[in-house]
Design a protein around this ligand. Structure first.
Ligand code: ADP
Ligand code: MG
Length: 469
C-alpha cells in the first residue's frame, strides 16, 4: 500500500474514532430513518419501520430494536440488508446490523401488511446497488432555463438524449445551490427512461471515496474496479470533494480512463472549473478539460422569478405575484435558499391560515431577509445615494454642511443603519470619522422626514429598493 493510500484510510479511522460516542450514531440513525418513508413507501414505513429504535453501536455492530418478535422477523427478512447498506454508506465502519426485541417500544397504528409489502417491492426496484437514489423532483421538466444556466442545460440534455458520446467528460460547474445536482439527476432519469438498457450510476465523489475505502479494507478492490468500469454512464457529483484525497483521486483517474477508452460517458459536477479546483493532479486536471466544460452562472432576477412561478404551480398554491417578485428581488444568493423561503411562507400560511402578503412574508422570513440584506455594504450605499442626488461620493466623507450635501449624507447614514449590521460608531467612521451621536441624529432626522415629507419618503424607499435588488 502506498503512503497516499494509507493517508486516505487514516482520515477515515480518525473519523470513526471521533464519532464513536452513541449520540452521533443516534443522529446517524435519525437521518437514515428519515429517508425510509420515501425509500420504502409510506405504508411500509408506518406498518413496520416507524417503531424501530436505535439501541447502540459496539464493535462494528449497529443494534436497533423492534417492539415485537414478529416485527423483528419481518424487518430482518425484508429490509435489513437495505438499511445496513444505507448506514454503511454514511458510516463505513458499521459491519453488522442487529435487530433485537424491546417490548417497551411503542407500536404505531398498524397498517395492512398486504399494501406494505407491495409498496416495498416497487420502491426497492429503483435503488441502484453502487449508485445513489435519484430525487424524483429533479427532472428536466422541473428545471427552469435562463441565461445563466442555458449552456449547462443544453449540454446536459444533449448527453441525456444522444446515444452517441459527443463530449467526454461533460463537466458542469457552478456555485452552491445553482442546480448542478438537479441537472445531474435529470440526465440520469432521462437516460433510464429513454435507454433503459444503459447502466447509469450516479453518486457523489464522497460516496465514491467511501466505497473505495471499503473495498480496500475488505480487500475487494477487484470487484470495486469491475463494478465501476462496467457502467455505461458514470456520474460523479461534487467532485471537489476529491481534491487532495490522492489515493481516491488516483483510483478515480484509472476508472475514468477505462471508461473514456471504452467510449462510455462520464459526467462530473463540481463547484469550480477543472482549472480552478485546488488539489488536483495535473494529469487529472488536463484530462477533465478534454470534453465539454459548462458553467452555471449566478441567477438573474428573471430566472429566480421563473423558478418561483414554476414552484408555486408544482405546489398548487396561490401566492400573489407581488410576493414572488419580492422574494426574487430579496433572495438572490442561491436557488435552494429561494425555494426554502417559498416553502416556509407556504407552510406558515397553511398552518396559521390567512393569505400571503408581503408583510406576512417579511415577518416569517425575518432571519433569511436580514442575512440577504447584510450583503449591502456601506460603500455601496454611499455610492448609490451620491449618484441619486448627483453629488460626489467623496462628499459622504467631507465636512461640508450645505443642505444639498448634508441631507443625502444623512440619508446614506440612515440606510447604512437600516440595511447593514454595522453599529453606529462603525457607520460614523465610514462617514469621515463622525461620532455615533451624529449618526443617531441622522437616523432620527431621516425617520421624521420620511413621515412628514412625501418626496423624501419616496426617495428613501426607492433607494432602499434599489440597494436590495
Ligand atoms: P447544487 O447541486 O448546484 O448545489 P441543486 O441542484 O441541489 O444545487 O439545486 C438546489 C435547489 O434549487 C434544488 O431544489 C433544485 O431543484 C433547485 N433548482 C436549481 N436550479 C433550478 C432551476 N433552474 N429550475 C428549477 N429548480 C432549480
Ligand atoms: Mg449539489
Amino acid at each position: 500500500m502506498t503512503a497516499q493510500k494509507a493517508y486516505d484510510i487514516d482520515i477515515q479511522e480518525k473519523k470513526s474514532d471521533a464519532s464513536s460516542d452513541q449520540n452521533s450514531f443516534q443522529e446517524l440513525w435519525n437521518s437514515v430513518k428519515s429517508t425510509f418513508p420515501k425509500l420504502f413507501g409510506e405504508a411500509t414505513y408506518k406498518s413496520w419501520l416507524a417503531p424501530l429504535a436505535f439501541k447502540e453501536f459496539v464493535g462494528g455492530r449497529f443494534v436497533i430494536a423492534a417492539p415485537t418478535s414478529f416485527m423483528r422477523d419481518w424487518v430482518a427478512t425484508n429490509s435489513k440488508k437495505k438499511i445496513l447498506g444505507l448506514l454503511q454508506d454514511l458510516h463505513p465502519t458499521i459491519l453488522v446490523l442487529d435487530v433485537i426485541v424491546d417490548k417497551d417500544l411503542k407500536i404505531e397504528k398498524q397498517g395492512s401488511s398486504g399494501t406494505a409489502v407491495s409498496s416495498l417491492n416497487t420502491s426497492l426496484a429503483d435503488i441502484e446497488v453502487i449508485g445513489s437514489r435519484l430525487e424524483p423532483r429533479y427532472v428536466f421538466d422541473n428545471f427552469v432555463v435562463g441565461q445563466s444556466n442555458e449552456l449547462a442545460h443544453a449540454a446536459a440534455l444533449r448527453v441525456a438524449e444522444s446515444s452517441q458520446v459527443h463530449f467526454n467528460p461533460l463537466f458542469i460547474y457552478g456555485g452552491v445551490g445553482l442546480g448542478k445536482t438537479h441537472l445531474m439527476h435529470s440526465i440520469a432519469w432521462h437516460i433510464k427512461k429513454c435507454h433503459p438498457k444503459r447502466k447509469v450510476v450516479y453518486l457523489s465523489a464522497e460516496k465514491f471515496m467511501y466505497q473505495f475505502i471499503r473495498a480496500l479494507r475488505f480487500k475487494d478492490t477487484v470487484s470495486f474496479k469491475e463494478k465501476f468500469r462496467s457502467v455505461d454512464v458514470l456520474m460523479i457529483d461534487d467532485f471537489q470533494f476529491i481534491s487532495g484525497k490522492e489515493a481516491t483521486q488516483e483510483e478515480f483517474f484509472h476508472t475514468f480512463n477505462a471508461l473514456v477508452d471504452q467510449n462510455h460517458q462520464v459526467i462530473i459536477s463540481a463547484d469550480k472549473s477543472p482549472t480552478d479546483l485546488p488539489g488536483l493532479e495535473e494529469r487529472m486536471r488536463s484530462r477533465l478539460g478534454w470534453g465539454l466544460v459548462a458553467d452555471i452562472h449566478p441567477t438573474t432576477y428573471e430566472l429566480r422569478l421563473g423558478i418561483l412561478q414554476s414552484k408555486t404551480e408544482q405546489l398548487k398554491v396561490d401566492v400573489p405575484v407581488s410576493v414572488l417578485e419580492f422574494l426574487a428581488h430579496k433572495i438572490s444568493s442561491n436557488i435552494r435558499e429561494l425555494e426554502g423561503a417559498l416553502n416556509r411562507i407556504v407552510a406558515h400560511s397553511s398552518l396559521v391560515g390567512g393569505i400571503i402578503t408581503i408583510e406576512s412574508t417579511q415577518q416569517v422570513l425575518r432571519d433569511v431577509l436580514r442575512a440577504n440584506d447584510r450583503r449591502v455594504t456601506i460603500e455601496e450605499i454611499q455610492r448609490r445615494v451620491a449618484e441619486h442626488y448627483n453629488i460626489k461620493t467623496s462628499d459622504m466623507h467631507s465636512a461640508k454642511r450645505v443642505r444639498t450635501i448634508a441631507r443625502p449624507r444623512q440619508i446614506a447614514m440612515y440606510l447604512s443603519k437600516a440595511l447593514t449590521e454595522a453599529s453606529l460608531p462603525e457607520i460614523g467612521r465610514k462617514f469621515g470619522g463622525r461620532d455615533h451621536a451624529t449618526v443617531m441624529h441622522a437616523v432620527k432626522r431621516v425617520t421624521e422626514l420620511m413621515l412628514n415629507d412625501r418626496v423624501i419618503g419616496e426617495d428613501v424607499d426607492l433607494l432602499k429598493k434599489m440597494l436590495q435588488s
